[in-house]
Design a protein around this ligand. Structure first.
Ligand SMILES: C[S@@+](CC[C@H](N)C(=O)[O-])C[C@H]1O[C@@H](n2cnc3c(N)ncnc32)[C@H](O)[C@@H]1O
Length: 255
């Protein structure tokens, strides 16, 4: 995948990714809003841990994940206690600031460092234990599963969205035996009981080859999948077929 000057990859599949991402927020925000209205004393946060520059490169100004999220936050009147967009690349945060003007959202830091100061604020009176909302990870490649697992341990009721290239995990396994976990093994170490999978269904061959996909993890027992849009709980018949393809060496999304 080509990488632009600020370290952000782009491809035809990115447009599909952003569309699916928006669809996800439009699906999940109303549920979160209802929970917040019911338990107003609990804190809700929205964190984009790898936010990019706000604009999809070479897309004629199409919104990237932070701007899509802000738009949905306004549209649905979300009452988050905190919204943060984190990127380690200063050019990306500078660009985001140029678009948004002075704001409290952007943080230029490695997300391993940024998360410590964010969660610190909720680390009293069991607030971390009940911290709700969404934390989004969209690296250019394999996610930092150690970081994701640590956060999930600290924040069992915070929902997690991950965008990842499953093929890259299989290839790394083949090349470096010390990274011997499969996707399912990584995911099963994250403290989320329910996982929903959605393939990036862009017809582009590179997207299929790398098996770019979303995984959404939640401990909310009432969580439902969204079959008509291709989001399947991984323990359902269709979800199992997809997660097996993403997990197994021979699984291909061109099948
Ligand atoms: C694929 S881009 C994110 C795109 C964004 N989600 C969107 O849809 O517009 C990945 C970004 O993650 C950032 N990144 C990678 N590792 C990071 C880390 N450890 N901490 C913070 N940012 C990181 C990169 O600088 C890059 O901008």
């Amino acid at each position: 995948m080509p990488i632009d000057e600020n370290g952000k990859g782009y491809s035809e599949g990115t447009g599909y990714k952003e569309k699916i991402f928006e669809e996800f927020l439009v699906w999940q925000f109303p549920r979160l809003k209802r929970v917040k209205e019911q338990y107003d004393y609990q804190s809700h946060i929205y964190l984009d841990m790898t936010c990019g520059s706000g604009i999809v490169p070479k897309s004629n100004g199409k919104y990237g994940s932070p701007l899509i999220a802000l738009d949905c936050i306004r549209r649905f009147g979300m009452n988050f206690n905190e919204v943060r967009f984190i990127d380690k690349n200063p050019g990306n945060i500078a660009n985001l600031t140029k678009i948004l003007g002075p704001n409290k959202y952007g943080i230029c830091a490695d997300n391993n460092d940024a998360i410590v100061s964010i969660l610190e604020k909720y680390n009293h009176n069991h607030r971390l234990q009940y911290l709700k909302g969404i934390i989004y990870f969209d690296y250019n490649g394999i996610p930092d599963f150690d970081l994701i697992s640590e956060i999930a341990e600290l924040c069992p009721t915070l929902d997690i969205l991950i965008y990842l290239p499953a093929t890259a995990i299989k290839r790394r396994n083949g090349a470096f035996p010390e990274y011997e976990k499969t996707l399912v093994e990584y995911v099963s170490k994250i403290n989320k009981e329910n996982w929903i999978v959605k393939l990036n269904d862009c017809p582009d061959n590179m997207v299929k080859k790398w098996q770019w996909s979303f995984l959404f993890g939640s401990n909310y027992q009432g969580i439902k999948d969204y079959k008509s849009k291709g989001w399947y709980l991984i323990n359902t018949e269709q979800g199992k077929i997809i997660i097996d393809k993403l997990n197994n060496k021979k699984g291909s999304c061109n099948d």
